[in-house]
Design a binder for this molecule. Structure first.
Ligand SMILES: [Zn+2]
Length: 389
């Protein structure tokens, strides 16, 4: 059993230990066991520590049968005494986030009588799963209630109660555990069985911020950030809001309205543009010779909807056939409407000459043609189509 120094003092960063065992797991990965360690192994939702051991780097830590295995990038001599130092920035970030997670879980579980049924500390944020649906409108005040613990600088204490005391105690994660149970208590905010490392005073958490909530397996999955992550997030979002505000010439807190106004203007412009586009189309159809029965219109940048509408309109006008096409990669994309009900016949010919991909009914066909634009125009002109100018 490795002696767990991180439980004696979660703030200690340097230690000396003796190497008891070494195993090469794979290339650039050695498993090292010491007599004692400050390196916290992954567990209770908290990732393992990182740091330096002698001359090697420790990039992950796991616990197996009471032994703590340091995953290092190099070997150490068995029997040697080595200096160890954990990456305090990494550890303190985990302590801030883990303690913040306890407090908001305590607040939420107390309020809704629910359980925290899943917890994951990711590189960017923490996710917590609750087996209840938390109303979106409750999130701001739940966040306030959790941050109240920070403003009060609530002490966070660790204890190992005796069996009887433990049985009488109300705490989260209460299971039939054998051996001693480690209780982490944050004043009146939370009491929970936990094996992780925590800050001593809630003030050190700095900030508890919910950044997302979604329905998950019938309950709610909250996304949370605490500590410096909270400040980093605020700085990032604030900078983005500032940039949008400058671009829109509105105050940062009003960028939502500014963007909505811009979208409304865009939609109005699209409508206006559509109107003009149709005027132009109608104009071209009006200009066709009086007895035109078959019309061919080729225009860049037409959408599928545009082509259908324009072909319908043109066929109605000529009471014959209308082929509307727009260039695409290696040919034309088209819609052909025929009031003569012979579009399928034309499709067969197009399949042979221009490798038509698509089809339809006698009244209309649509698809893609492969080939040179001039050749396609020639094909239709031979069939008596007039190219609209
Ligand atoms: Zn915990």
């Amino acid at each position: 059993m490795t002696e767990k120094l991180y439980y004696k003092n979660a703030y200690e960063t340097k230690f000396k230990a003796t190497v008891l065992a070494l195993e090469k797991a794979k290339e650039d990965c050695y498993h090292i066991i010491l007599d004692k360690t400050l390196f916290y192994p992954e567990g209770g939702g908290q990732p393992g520590d990182k740091g330096i051991l002698g001359m090697v780097s420790v990039f992950d830590v796991h616990e197996k049968n009471g032994e703590i295995i340091h995953y290092a990038d190099g070997p150490l001599a068995v029997g040697a005494e080595v200096d160890g130092e954990i990456d305090w920035g990494h550890r303190f970030d985990l302590m801030q986030n883990h303690s913040g997670e306890h407090i908001i879980s305590g607040v939420i579980c107390k309020k809704y009588g629910c359980d925290n049924v899943g917890f994951h500390m990711g590189r960017e944020s923490i996710t917590i799963d609750f087996n209840t649906q938390i109303p979106q409108e409750d999130l701001p005040w739940l966040e306030d209630a959790a941050n109240q613990a920070i403003w009060e600088n609530t002490p966070i204490g660790i204890s190992y109660p005796e069996k009887e005391e433990l049985e009488a105690l109300e705490y989260r994660s209460k299971k039939e555990l054998t051996g001693e149970v480690r209780i982490v208590k944050a004043g009146e905010y939370d009491c929970c069985a936990c094996c992780g490392t925590h800050v001593k005073l809630a003030g050190e958490i700095g900030m508890i911020k919910v950044i997302g909530a979604q329905n998950y397996k019938g309950g709610t999955r909250l996304e949370l950030i605490c500590g410096k992550r909270g400040l980093d997030y605020f700085q990032k979002i604030h900078q983005a809001a500032k940039e949008v505000g400058i671009a829109l010439s509105v105050q940062e807190e009003k960028i939502g309205n500014g963007v909505q106004k811009l979208l409304d203007e865009r939609d109005a412009n699209i409508q206006e543009l559509k109107k003009w586009k149709w005027e132009a189309f109608l104009n071209r159809i009006e200009k066709l010779p009086k007895d035109t029965e078959n019309v061919l219109i080729i225009e860049e940048g037409l959408s599928g909807k545009d082509m259908v509408a324009l072909a319908d309109l043109a066929a109605e006008k000529t009471n014959g056939r209308a082929m509307v096409a727009t260039p695409w990669e290696t040919g034309l994309q088209f819609v052909l409407v025929s009031r003569k009900k012979d579009a399928k016949e034309l499709a067969e010919e197009l399949r042979k000459s221009f490798d038509l991909k698509g089809g339809g009914k006698d009244g209309s066909i649509q698809g893609k043609l492969k080939g040179n634009k001039a050749e396609i125009i020639e094909f239709f002109e031979e069939k008596g189509f007039v190219l609209a100018k």
